[in-house]
Design a protein around this ligand. Structure first.
Ligand SMILES: [Zn+2]
Length: 275
């Protein structure tokens, strides 16, 4: 018989998305981590909040006060989360002052990147509150892109890669963000990502992996699949000895205009060229 925690509907989606990440070879070993902001089930909050100790957060996240996170446990494997979600995913509530969190249910040892996830969720709460999901994973085709000399500027990467397939830029008019090297798992990486997440739904980390936000974990995975498909086309052409040319800017703008997304594209383009 299922426990109250196991009955949380978002747990099933969490497991399903982890299964896909594992099948794609994007989350090798215990690589990657995911989180999903949910409304705290009252029966779980009252049962557990008084019995666990608060853990201080290194960054204050006042926008998250009283909200809960489903988040992967430390050293957990995506393939095992897919099979046994309740063992490998923990539910935590952010304290009312936004400066600490409490364990509520499930896995008791969250990923060490929980503070980074909190910082990124805080950005989402401010700028895209409808987006409640974060995926960090290691897609090899995207990691390879970060090592190309021609893509050391995010706007160059977005302009060419998202022009490899005619619908990619429609999905991501703001393009893809790009971060320099940061120590894996560091709070600096989390804070830099949180800052950039204001503008982008996908961020590539130099020589490391990708970060995606979405309304749900499935939606965040959709965004990753879009960029990955575009990158796959780029690498197929490169491997065949062809120089990828991509859609012309004129056709790109025509297409974005048709779908009412040209302004988002131009705002991002102007922002990137200023920075
Ligand atoms: Zn990673």
């Amino acid at each position: 018989m299922k426990t109250l925690f196991e009955k949380i509907p978002e747990l099933d989606e969490f497991a399903e998305v982890c299964g896909y990440l594992s099948q794609r070879g994007w989350s090798e070993g215990s690589g990657g981590n995911l989180s999903f902001r949910i409304k705290t089930p009252s029966y779980i909050a009252t049962k557990h909040k008084n019995t666990s100790n608060p853990v201080a957060l290194p960054v204050a996240v006042p926008e998250l006060a009283g909200q809960s996170l489903l988040i992967s446990g430390t050293e957990t494997r995506a393939r095992e989360i897919a099979l046994r979600p309740a063992e490998n995913i923990g539910l935590y509530i952010i304290a009312d002052d936004g400066q600490s969190f409490y364990w509520l249910a499930g896995n008791k040892n969250p990923t060490s990147e929980l503070p980074s996830h909190c910082a990124i969720h805080q950005t989402l709460c401010r700028y895209r509150p409808e987006q409640r999901a974060i995926i960090h994973t290691h897609p090899p085709l995207l990691i390879a892109l970060t090592q190309c000399a021609e893509f050391q500027k995010a706007e160059h990467l977005s302009e060419l890669i998202l022009s490899m397939q005619s619908e990619a830029r429609l999905q991501l008019p703001e393009g893809v963000g790009l971060l320099d090297f940061h120590v894996p798992g560091s709070l600096e990486l989390g804070e830099a990502s949180a800052k950039l997440m204001q503008y982008h739904q996908i961020i590539l980390w130099y020589m490391h992996g990708a970060l995606a936000s979405g309304k749900t974990l499935s939606h965040a995975l959709d965004q990753l699949e879009v960029v990955n498909k575009a990158a796959e086309i780029f690498w197929i052409l490169k491997s065949a000895g062809c120089e990828p040319c991509g859609m012309s800017r004129e056709n790109m703008q025509k297409s974005l205009s048709q779908f009412g997304r040209l302004q988002r594209y131009e705002q991002a383009f102007n922002y990137q060229h200023r920075s």
